[in-house]
Design a protein around this ligand. Structure first.
Ligand SMILES: [Zn+2]
Length: 89
């Protein structure tokens, strides 16, 4: 049985709500750096995406992470996020 108090977050790729720990946090640090926060403990604004590259690609296409951070994300940053995600899988 699932604990009802498990924090849920929405994936910016598939738009599904999932337990936070099943998602990967994408962080925009106060310095404006964007990276995957695999520990979930980095400070900054966060957006969530499922731990798979397809959802990250969907989020990239729909620009939902950019909307969550209200900033533009350069292609090179997305490429790096996808690389990090591929490594972590
Ligand atoms: Zn997803």
């Amino acid at each position: 049985m699932q604990n009802k108090r498990v924090p849920m977050r929405m994936c910016t790729g598939c738009n599904e709500h999932k337990p936070k720990r099943e998602l990967v946090r994408v962080v925009r640090s106060p310095e404006g750096e964007i990276f995957l926060d695999l520990t979930g403990k980095k400070s900054g604004r966060g957006a969530y995406v499922c731990n798979n590259i397809d959802c990250l690609k969907k989020a990239r296409k729909s620009k939902r992470i950019e909307r969550a951070f209200s900033c533009e994300i350069p292609e090179a940053v997305y490429d790096r996020l996808e690389e990090e995600m591929a490594k972590g899988e």
